[in-house]
Every structure is written in C-alpha cells, then in structure tokens.
Design a protein around this ligand. Structure first.
Ligand code: G3H
Ligand code: 13P
Ligand code: ZN
Length: 326
C-alpha cells in the first residue's frame, strides 16, 4: 500500500500560476519526461540554472518503472535539490497521458500536483464524461487537469492511434466548458517519438496547423493549450548516435522555428521526451564506444546527465522562452 501524500506538503505547485504567467508573457513552460534519477537531476539542474519553472512529467509506464511508491519522494528530492542549488523554482509533478480514472486518482493521492486524462481516442461524449470525473476529484485536492481533444499519430502511452485526426476547434468550447479542465492538449500535426514525418533528404517537414491553433484560441481566449510530441529530434544527437554504432537514419522532428512560434501563442506547455532520450543515448554511446572496458555506470550516466543539462538549458533559453521567468 502507498501512503497518501498531498503535493503542497512536498513543496510542489500545480500548473495554474505557471500557465497564467506563460499566457501573459508569451512563453511555454517546459514539461520534461523522466524515468530515472539522472534525468531528474539534469532537468532540475538545467531549469535552476536558467531560472525556469518546470513540469516534471511521468507517464504511467514511467511511474511503474521508477516505482509508484518511490516517485513522489524523487519529487521531494528535486525540490530540495533546487533549493540547495540556490534558486528555488516552481516545480509541478504531472501524470502524462493518464489512461484511466483510477490511475489519475492514485496519482492525485500520491503527491502529483497535476494529471492528464487522455480520453482523446474516445468518442466526444465519453471523453467529456471521463475527463469531468477526473476534474471533479482532482479539483477537490487543488490538482490541475489536462485533457485532450484530437488524436496524434503514432503510439501514445497505452493509447494507440494509427492515424492522427486534428482537433476540431468547434468542439473545444463545449469540452472545456463541460469538463472544467485547466488546460487542453490539441492535435495540430505533431506526433510522439523520433520519427515524426517521412521526408526525403533535404525536404522540410510539413508545417504545423497553426490555423487550427488560432481557431482554438479564438474559441477559448486566454485558455492554456498544450503541445505534445514537440521534440525537434535534434540532428546533432541523431548523428552522434549513428556515429557511435546506433542506427536512427530517418529520425526527424518539429523544426525549432515552429516550436518558437507555438511558445509565443496560446501554447503554455510544451512536452519533450524524445530529445532528452536522444541526448542521453548519444552521450552513452560515445563513452562506451571510446572506452569499451568501462563498466562504472557513473562514467556513462554522468556524461549523459551533463548532455541533458545542456539540452534543457538550450530549450529553455532558445526555444520555449522559459528562462529567467522565475
Ligand atoms: O507521450 C509519451 C511519452 O513520451 C512517454 O513515453 O510511455 O515510453 O514513458 P513512455
Ligand atoms: P516527444 O516524443 O516529441 O518528445 O513528445 C513527448 C510527449 O508528448 C510526452 O507526452
Ligand atoms: Zn504526449
């Protein structure tokens, strides 16, 4: 049994003030996924260094991987680490792609300050009803809730979608009004993972559907929008992986210019998982290729962590605009 924990007692915050500031000032709060200690350390170090608020994001499977009982204590450690580094920042602990009411409730009762209920694969009415149930219990504890309308192509954690369908702006007002969600993930052409588009060499990926984003923002002015699948699949990491024995030939992500444009719009939260995985994998491959006898995990996880710190700083400063906001 997991002891009940309440997020304010852990030093965490929900996303309300972060999103208000992001909307007012025209930037996006980074939501970095993590599964282990080194990723968490790097995210905190990079966000403290750049004075950025941060959403620590955990999928259902990542929570199982870390262990549900350990996870909130990692978040407590993250808060303590930020303080010890000399610049406390707002930190939220968020469930990414919650697949059921029960999972969201378990997270709310074990220290999460924010949850996503992903009913995007359901018919509108079922998505609305499920999301409403999660909002009801979450708001009793002042936990914020992210819903989703529209389907991203690819595999969402425990939620499979063969094909994307863009968010329909005409459904947004009703969904937000009926559910009471605090933010909404939409589908405008991004997808999860490192292979987002099939493009020929030298070709640009198709642009995101900013017209849909704008139509959504017109329907719900001032309401925080979330962009999933927002890794740019940074080419330097992909080529380092390929240079040191990996094979990720057709990896391609969202161009940074489009992410910058999104961050300045109603998009208040940008989700990044794949780029962090690539940064760490590139560093680990390099160390192990150059030092085949190395077997101390600190010798390859340490450089991987350093690479992720640099990536986080770069994203906050140059792409999301979240640096120097806290
Ligand atoms: O959107 C999904 C995230 O990238 C998490 O992926 O289920 O492999 O932890 P995961
Ligand atoms: P990427 O795979 O593009 O990093 O997207 C992550 C994400 O949306 C997590 O919910
Ligand atoms: Zn996602």
């Amino acid at each position: 049994m997991i002891h009940k924990l309440y997020y304010p007692d852990l030093g965490l915050v929900n996303t309300t003030e972060m999103f208000q500031q992001a909307m007012d000032e025209g930037f996006a709060v980074p939501a970095y996924n993590f599964n282990n200690m080194e990723q968490l350390q790097a995210i905190i170090a990079g966000c403290v260094d750049t004075k950025s608020p941060v959403i620590l994001q955990v999928s259902g499977s990542a929570r199982q991987y870390a262990h549900p009982a350990l996870l909130p204590h990692l978040a407590v450690g993250a808060v303590a680490m930020a303080e010890a580094l000399g610049h406390p920042i707002p930190i939220a602990l968020h469930l990414d792609h919650g697949s059921s009411f029960e999972l969201c409730r378990d997270c709310i009762e074990s220290g999460f300050s924010s949850v996503m209920i992903d009913g995007s694969h359901l018919p509108f009415k079922e998505n609305t009803d499920l999301t409403r149930r999660v909002v009801d219990i979450a708001h009793d504890f002042d936990v914020t809730v992210e819903g989703e309308l529209g389907v991203l192509a690819g595999i969402e954690d425990e939620v499979a979608a063969e094909q994307s369908h863009y968010t329909r702006p005409e459904e947004v007002e009703e969904f937000v009004g009926q559910t009471g969600v605090d933010s909404l993930a939409i589908s405008i052409g991004t997808s999860h993972g490192a292979y987002k588009f099939k493009v020929k060499p030298g070709e640009e990926p198709p642009p995101l559907r900013f017209d849909i984003l704008e139509a959504v923002a017109r329907r719900v002015p001032g309401f925080p929008i979330v962009l999933h699948g927002a890794s740019s699949v940074m080419p330097e990491y992909v080529s380092q992986i390929n240079q040191y024995g990996g094979r990720m030939d057709d990896a391609v992500g969202i161009p940074e210019s489009q992410l910058r444009q999104a961050a300045q719009s109603a998009v208040c939260k940008i989700n990044i998982d794949s780029d962090g995985r690539l940064a760490m994998t590139a560093a680990i491959r390099k160390v192990l290729a150059q030092n085949p006898g190395e077997f101390d995990p600190r010798k390859y996880l340490g450089p991987a962590r350093d690479a992720l710190v640099e990536m986080v700083k770069y994203k906050n400063e140059k792409v999301l605009g979240s640096a120097n906001r806290s």
